[in-house]
Ligand binder design. Structure first.
Ligand code: PMP
Length: 360
């Protein structure tokens, strides 16, 4: 069977190794995973109860319009339900954006790199021309990005805080990009780590300013809300964008348990607070330890830290695996001297540092 050349060029997504895989491969019992920026506290008890209750309903299709979830989230955000689109993770919304808006042969996709690798993988699957510009001081280089905007620029991805560096793009810089782009360019502000960042975009102002236009803000229930395994992401955008995306969205893309769990997670403000506090404490602890070890790290606005290693980072990554600690290799990103660690519970952070000292 024939496969297009552009498909064959794709390197499949390589995420953090699952805990069970490492246990199986190395016969290890105690494994911690600090590789995928998951919530180390797990879901709250309230969310687990709702998940168990909703299990009785899985013979039914989910509500394809996500009525209750839309209502709850719109209420929380102070926006209209018609300004929300949901996906099977924000991953799926990224794919829908390509599907709906990057349909011309000459379309260009623009962003700085290293950033979330799915922009590249999905862009390659749609055979798009992808313009990747280098980060500057580990952050989006806005001047350079703006200088590359042209009439063919169809989607610009701004990831803030940026995965894997944890750096922020300021709201002023976001506005500069929006003002430079034509109305035929979609500006995607990917805020998967929004809740951890102290400042970020003003989504209400963006919605207001660009009512019928070309801005979408992506967020997710996978991080702070601890539902990565259930796959729920959402976009905040103009009604025009939401309606367009709904035309290409699979009808039941967010399952019945995921919808119920996301509603319960939104209600559990205590858990959210505890998650952010745990992250702040863990960040402080890891900074102190990196300083003591003389390791360079990039200050983060998210729940992960990019740090550099004196020896080949890939070897350190592999030796950490043997010690039962899974962090993220930066080799696929071309950041060969770096590793990315998710901020865990205090206990996990301590184990990570103890094992890191052993393999440095
Ligand atoms: N955007 C960024 C920047 C991410 O880091 C991630 C997850 N790692 C996603 C989007 C996708 O998140 P999800 O599909 O779990 O909502």
């Amino acid at each position: 069977m024939k496969v297009a050349d552009y498909i064959l060029k794709i390197t499949p997504y390589e995420g953090g190794k699952p805990i069970e895989e490492l246990q199986r491969e190395l016969g290890l019992k105690d494994v911690i995973k600090l590789a995928s920026n998951e919530n180390p506290l797990g879901p709250s008890k309230k969310v687990i109860d709702i998940i168990c209750k909703t299990a009785e309903l899985v013979n039914l299709y989910p509500d394809g319009n996500m009525y209750y979830l839309s209502q709850k989230l719109a209420n929380n955000l102070g926006i209209g339900e018609k300004n929300l689109i949901f996906g099977n993770g924000s991953d799926e919304i990224i794919e829908l954006l390509y599907k709906a808006f990057a349909t011309n042969e000459n379309d260009e996709i623009l962003y700085c790199y290293p950033t979330f690798i799915e922009y590249r993988i999905i862009g390659m699957a749609f055979n798009k021309k992808i313009i990747e510009l280098p980060l500057k001081n580990y952050a989006y280089d806005i001047d350079n990005l703006i200088s590359h905007i042209n009439n063919n620029t169809r989607i610009i991805f701004i990831n803030t805080p940026n995965n894997p560096t944890g750096t922020l793009t300021t709201y002023d810089d976001i506005l500069r990009i929006i003002n430079k782009a034509t109305k035929d360019t979609l500006i995607v502000i990917d805020e998967a780590y929004y809740e951890y960042a102290k400042s970020s975009s003003d989504y209400k102002e963006l919605l207001d300013l660009y009512k019928n236009e070309n801005v979408i803000i992506l967020r997710t229930f996978s991080k702070v809300y601890a539902l990565a395994g259930l796959r729920v992401g959402y976009g905040i955008a103009s009604e025009f964008i939401v309606q367009t995306l709904n035309r290409v969205r699979p009808p039941f893309n967010v399952d019945i348990i995921a919808q119920a769990a996301a509603i319960a997670a939104l209600d559990d403000k205590e858990h959210l607070k505890k998650t952010i506090q745990t992250n702040e404490e863990g960040k402080k602890y890891l900074y102190e330890q990196f300083n003591k070890l003389g390791l360079f790290y990039v200050s983060t606005y998210a729940n992960f830290i990019l740090f550099s290693t004196p020896k080949d980072a890939q070897t350190i990554y592999e030796n950490l695996l043997k010690e039962g600690v899974i962090v993220r290799s930066m080799k696929p990103y071309g950041y060969n001297n770096f590793l990315r660690v998710t901020i865990g519970t205090q206990k996990e952070n301590e184990i990570f540092i103890e094992k890191l000292k052993k393999v440095l």
